[in-house]
Ligand binder design. Structure first.
Ligand code: IYR
Length: 284
């Protein structure tokens, strides 16, 4: 009797049961599809993001950052009055210098504050994917110089296009780089292509190159504000050797090498003009 009742109930509700089954199957399919698709995700501008990143069970995924309630925004200090103009005056005074006063060393705490400032830069998912290696020891600076000069000889003589060498002529650069041993500080900035979670798992670092480049921009401004001079270099082909020299891990890739200190008394710079506002800004 009860069976009969149950089967008649089943019969009566078969459209809802079928719909329920269909919905469940659709959800399962969507979930599976999204899981498969996320395996192959490639973010724009993230050439070396790990495509074969080990994917957790989607339901067990945890954000790398702790999930906490947001706190009220507190406006930081500013340079007002005329903050923007004063900052522009500061920034426009910066030049890349290739001759440093080897005798005059700025205190390390100034460098530390500048790097603190750089560390405030925004980064993809707040992953802070950067390492700032500060070199002060002469022997290490000399080793850096030797590695860079070795590659630069090849760059200038055979590796690079003749147009490259020609375009650099007005800057009067060449393969000999005394500033790499004269400058009291070298700061080698590495982008971390991925990180490690507290649980020892691989952690994705989004936009690590853009994030680290922004941090370098902040660092350059901070150094300028501290009255120091700097030179931005991007050593061609010596990233891995410099990484090994400084015993940095394989997830770190050299992005920029800065020479930092006070400019030499007789330091000369190219007579360059900067584009005017109308040439760099478009209003809509
Ligand atoms: N890194 C080399 C060459 C160089 C390349 C560019 I592009 C510059 O704007 C300046 C230099 C060097 O430091 O000599």
């Amino acid at each position: 009797m009860e069976e009969l009742f149950n089967s008649s109930k089943l019969l009566k509700h078969w459209p809802s049961i079928l719909l329920g089954l269909l919905l469940a199957l659709t959800f399962k399919y969507i979930k599976e599809y999204r899981r498969k698709r996320s395996k192959n995700v490639k973010l724009a501008g993230e050439e070396d993001i790990a495509v074969d990143f080990p994917l957790e069970d989607p339901d067990a995924l945890q954000p790398a950052l702790e999930e906490k309630p947001h706190v009220p925004f507190v406006q930081g200090e500013n340079l007002n009055p005329d903050g923007a103009r004063r900052f522009y005056e500061l920034a426009r005074g910066r030049r890349s210098v290739r001759a440093f006063n080897a005798e005059r060393k700025p205190p390390i705490n100034i460098i530390e504050d500048c790097i603190r400032a750089a560390g405030t830069a925004p980064s993809g998912a707040h992953t802070e994917p950067w390492t700032f290696c500060v070199v002060q020891q002469l022997a290490v600076k000399q080793a850096v110089r030797q590695l860079v000069e070795q590659e630069e000889h090849i760059n200038y003589s055979t590796r690079m296009h003749a147009q490259w060498v020609t375009d650099l002529r007005p800057l009067q650069t060449n393969a000999i780089k005394p500033y790499l041993s004269d400058a009291p500080y070298l700061i080698l900035i590495f982008k971390q292509t991925y990180g490690t979670t507290a649980q020892g798992r691989k952690k994705l670092h989004y936009y690590h190159e853009i994030s680290t480049s922004i941090a370098c921009g902040v660092l350059l401004c901070a150094l300028q504000a501290a009255g120091l001079s700097s030179l931005v270099t991007t050593p061609l082909n010596c990233g891995p050797a410099l990484r090994r020299l400084l015993e940095r891990p394989a997830n770190e890739k050299l992005l920029i090498l800065l020479a930092v200190g006070y400019a030499a008394e007789d330091c000369k710079v190219p007579d360059l003009q900067r584009k005017c506002l109308q040439d760099i800004m478009v209003k809509y």
